[in-house]
Design a binder for this molecule. Structure first.
Ligand code: NAD
Length: 491
């Protein structure tokens, strides 16, 4: 069941019912078949880790970590550069696999692999940066603070952008001298896990430092409660994040949470309508809306709403759905039938509550047609909830104050955007939006992996991955003082 007829790199015989600990070992929890969402056919047989697998991995990781932390920065950095070279060498194979496993268009698979290469180079670059600070202190005393790894970091990642969302934690955590136990989503165990294992296996990462164990909530909870794990980096839904924080809190672990979003794109009345429609469509429908930063609300000035809706409807009707990884359609399927039903329920319940269906609203297999809902208001599910489906939800406003109020009418706080040629006015609106990412004259889906990324409120505990945030997240400070001789104290 290999993805390519001549598998070079992602040979799925390696991980049949197995987990990775540096070697490919049988999973105590057995195996599970991975289904390709676009075809409904089996794609691979993965390991299905249980709590015992996780506990074993955490013990082994703790055993391997000290020696890694003591390894010189040049040697550590070389591992990441070699892993990046591996990803470059196998680019086409990796991109197609990611696209197929996630039900995405090929360009999305390519995007993930390109970002993975950047993340690996960035991890190598971390090791050329200062690791601490010399502090002012009493005469004759050297005082400094240095960054030290936590020990073992547990990483839990979702299905939608599995390669990037796993690696954005795995790479800096390892670079900073930690060992990592990675639990990808069981629907995307290769893109979110085994692929990364293969890169580091080929790059010569010492055994025991990276463990990859696909599994469900039971495995995730075992990771959060394992005594060897000192930090959890979680990306996923707000509901699961809450449970992760509870368990990690009980065991006094550091926890970084990157959660859901309900992100507003505000279109002012002086916006170029064609560009605004293109931004809104991309933000709402890219990867079928299965993105935490997806444009979940299009807030448009009432004077241009009809014109914007007409453009969105034309775009929705022009977009095809199907096997996007094979280039047969613009948009692919949703990840599974449960998620499809949820999207259908949200759209139907919003229509019953008074929203108008302007386009879409139908499914073909797991594909949901790009959909436009207008007349959406607070209290409707399409306004209130993260949909995670290709639904453009149009809400009108009359004044800037109303637009700000509507955008902030949510417990989430991930991304927001404003479109207008009046930059000063757009920035003044942006200043008042509750969000961790703000884009003036762009849509809400944007991440460059060198920026501190993260949300507020129900979107997470914020700014915790990327660029300068990586040192802060994956290390802790140790204060050290040194004197020539101990001082004499009064008693
Ligand atoms: P999910 O929460 O169902 O699953 C995410 C991961 O958590 C999976 O690996 C899953 O197995 C694991 N998990 C589930 N329950 C758990 C528990 N009790 N303890 C430990 N682990 C558990 O999320 P999903 O449906 O896969 O992903 C979609 C959600 O993720 C959306 O809400 C989306 O907005 C969010 N997301 C956020 C970001 C971000 O950076 N803020 C990025 C991508 C996705």
């Amino acid at each position: 069941m290999s993805v390519t007829s001549t598998p070079v790199f992602l040979d799925d015989r390696l991980w049949a019912e197995r987990v990775f600990n540096g070697d490919w070992v049988p999973a105590l929890g057995g195996g599970q078949t991975v289904i390709e969402p676009a075809t409904g056919a089996p794609l691979s047989l993965a390991g299905n880790a249980n709590a015992a697998d996780i506990n074993r991995a955490c013990r082994e990781a703790a055993g391997a970590q000290r020696q890694w932390a003591a390894t010189g920065p040049r040697e550590r950095a070389a591992v990441f550069r070699t892993a990046a070279a591996q990803a470059e060498a196998h680019f086409a194979e990796l991109a197609l696999y990611v696209a197929r496993e996630t039900g995405a268009a090929l360009f999305k698979g390519e995007h993930e692999v390109r970002e993975a290469i950047v993340l690996l180079h960035q991890a190598a670059g971390l090791l050329a940066q200062p690791h601490g600070l010399v502090l002012p202190s009493a005469a004759g005393r050297l005082s400094y603070a240095r960054r030290q790894p936590h020990g073992v970091v547990g990483v839990i990642s979702p299905f939608n952008f599995p390669l990037v969302l796993s690696l954005r934690s795995v790479a800096p955590a390892l670079a900073a001298g930690n060992a990592v136990v990675l639990k990808p989503d069981p629907q995307t165990p290769v893109s979110g896990g085994y692929l990364i294992a293969r890169l580091f296996e080929h790059a010569g990462l010492p055994k025991g430092l990276l463990h990859v164990l696909p599994g469900g909530a039971e495995a995730g909870e075992a990771l959060c409660s394992d005594p060897s794990v000192k930090m959890i980096a979680f990306t996923g839904s707000t509901g699961a994040g809450r449970k992760v924080a509870e368990v990690a809190g009980k065991h006094l672990k550091k926890v970084a949470l990157e959660l859901g979003g309900k992100n507003s794109l505000i279109v002012l009345e002086d916006a170029d309508l064609d560009l605004a429609a293109s931004n809104a469509a991309w933000g709402a429908w890219l990867h079928q809306g299965q993105i935490c930063m997806a444009t979940g609300r299009i807030l448009v000035h009432e004077s241009i709403a009809d014109a914007l809706i007409a453009r969105l409807v034309a775009k929705a009707r022009a977009l095809t759905v199907g096997n996007a990884a094979r280039g047969e359609a613009a948009l692919g399927p949703l990840i599974n039938a449960r998620q499809l039903r949820r999207v259908q329920d949200i759209v139907e319940s919003s229509i019953e509550a008074g929203a108008r269906l302007e386009a879409g609203g139908e499914s073909h297999g797991l594909c949901y047609l790009p959909t436009v809902l207008s007349g959406v208001m607070p209290g409707m599910r399409a306004f209130d909830e993260e949909i995670f489906g290709p639904v453009a939800t149009v809400v009108t406003f009359a004044t800037d104050e109303e637009a700000i109020r509507l955008a902030n009418h949510t417990e989430y706080g991930l991304s927001a955007a404003v479109i207008s040629p009046s930059i000063g006015r757009a920035m003044a609106i942006g200043e008042q939006l509750q969000c961790g990412l703000l884009h003036i004259n762009d849509q809400t889906v944007a991440d460059e992996c060198i920026n501190p990324f993260g949300g507020r409120g129900n979107s997470g505990n914020g700014g915790s991955v990327g660029g300068p945030a990586d040192w802060d997240e994956y290390t802790q400070w140790q204060w050290v003082t040194v004197k020539d001789a101990p001082p004499a104290y009064p008693f």
